[in-house]
Design a protein around this ligand. Sequence first.
Ligand SMILES: Cc1ncc(COP(=O)(O)O)c(C=O)c1O
Length: 443
Amino acid sequence: MSTTTESLTGAEIVDLCKRHTLFEWSVQSAIDPVPVARAKGVYFWTPEGKRFIDFNSQLMCVNIGYGDERVIRAINEQAATLSYAGPYMATEVRGRLSAKLAELTPGDIDVFFFTNGGAESNENAIRIARMFTGRHKIGARYRSYHGGTAGALTVTGDPRRWGAEPGIPGTFRIPDYYHGIQKGWDTTEDVLTRTEEILELEGAKTVAAIIVEPVVGTNGILIPPDGYMQGLRALCDKHGILLIADEVMTGFGRTGEWFAVNNWGVVPDLISMAKGLTSAYVQLGAVGMRHHIADHFRNIFFYGGLTYNSHPLACAAALATISVYEEDNLIENSRRMGKVMRGLMEDLERRHPSVGATRNIGLFGIIELARDRETREPLAPFNGTSPEMQALGKFFREEGLYTIVRWNTFFTNPPLCINEAELQEAFSIIDRGLEITDRATKA
Ligand SMILES: Cc1ncc(COP(=O)(O)O)c(C=O)c1O
């Protein structure tokens, strides 16, 4: 294939990409990618002009929506002025962005280390916690995802970890508060009591940090029971353990707050972010730290570095993206449209027997499907699929709704700029799709 300016067809694009690239977390022969040519607002199009409403913001990252001229202009201007400066340089965009993040992040978090994405942010958060505390163990939950690099994948609990084992030493599990649609939820008191028991058994003095997604993302949009985040914060304080909030997916308005921890008034010691930081216009991650943690490195060597640390293009994209959240009131829109989404979900629950559970906080949502409302048997097993879930995924694709269908669930995570009419449009496709899964229920 020669390099020409002629556009390829969707089929040609898929063929080339499949032939010469690996697609992530997949058996390559089973993957059937959507060819994407352009995008605007909450929609994207194939080269042949088929339109999709993006109900997952790609990977829960295009928070402000596609094609925002303000961000595009900022990237273009930065590219023309200074497209790159090495990590030992000080640049205006790096300075301005870190100062802005210090304003937005909770409590006294006011120093940031910039990375290329979520996994690297978590790697550095783990290393900073180890350097600061002089301890080595890291606690994390099973129902979690923290990224695809060695350390981040070891602390990850979901099945993507299996292929990376044995991973890095020193990690252990703390209890989950949700156990799948059939077993349901633990109380705050129960899960915190079991967490403290595990800390005792591990030796709390050996534990550097606990890393959690304040609202679990890919593993089920799991909103913690009231008091859990505050209780976890208190346990960490009691034992001198750092709390790392992995806000890679939940940060920047997804839950209706700038950061999900704000829902519970909790200030973590370290906060990881990526995705919504630039809405994926350019890749950028960061780990933010409380003031006293940053102070630790004033006179002690900081072990950490990346060629693309504080990349000017990415910093410019982040600054412009943050202005868009502010100018367009997107955090507020996430909260408001989240309420509309709640109503639409409750309507589906009333009318579709296959809807076993729905959850959302802001525009972070999921629908769990069950074969039987009484036994709540999921419509696909843990880490598996079923003909019905596959048929639903196929229907969504044919009807131009893009979202992730995973196990017995599918996600409802549109860009935060979505309006009510667009939400209705997506839910009307979902409504029709659920007729397929309703047919699989035991009446
Ligand atoms: C909570 C969470 N942490 C970390 C990551 C990893 O981020 P990245 O893929 O940018 O490395 C993800 C990605 O989905 C995530 O959802």
